[in-house]
Design a protein around this ligand. Structure first.
Ligand SMILES: [Zn+2]
Length: 121
């Protein structure tokens, strides 16, 4: 069972991470606007290709931040529900070291590596 003090500590850790992720995403959006051409501006094809490439990088980054946000929100939800620190797959306790390194972890190490490894046909 996770102690109350631990839970409070974990909640503030998660909330800080969530705020950081949101701030990063806001920054990404501002940067994206900065590199977008002004209305009516003519871009040569080479430049357009370059900006398209940075667009997809920005999109990938944004997608990653959204994923992190969702993971952090899910972790906060589990914390409120009292199921935080338990693996969502097998229900075993997630090791404190793992939670310290990755507070939004929803699976124990074993289940996580199983989830990340493509199933053998
Ligand atoms: Zn597990």
């Amino acid at each position: 069972m996770v102690k109350d003090t631990d839970r409070q500590h974990m909640r503030s850790t998660l909330e800080t991470l969530l705020a950081t992720t949101l701030a990063q995403r806001a920054e990404d959006l501002v940067e994206e606007r900065d590199i977008a051409p002004a209305q009516g501006e003519v871009i040569d094809p080479a430049e357009r290709a370059g900006s398209r490439q940075s667009d997809s990088i920005a999109q990938a980054l944004e997608a990653q931040h959204i994923r992190e946000e969702l993971e952090l929100e899910a972790a906060l939800h589990r914390l409120a529900q009292g199921s935080f620190g338990r693996c969502t797959d097998c229900g075993e306790r997630i090791s404190p070291q793992r939670l310290q390194a990755n507070p939004q972890a929803s699976r124990c190490l074993g289940c996580q590596s199983r989830a990340e490894t493509p199933k053998a046909a």
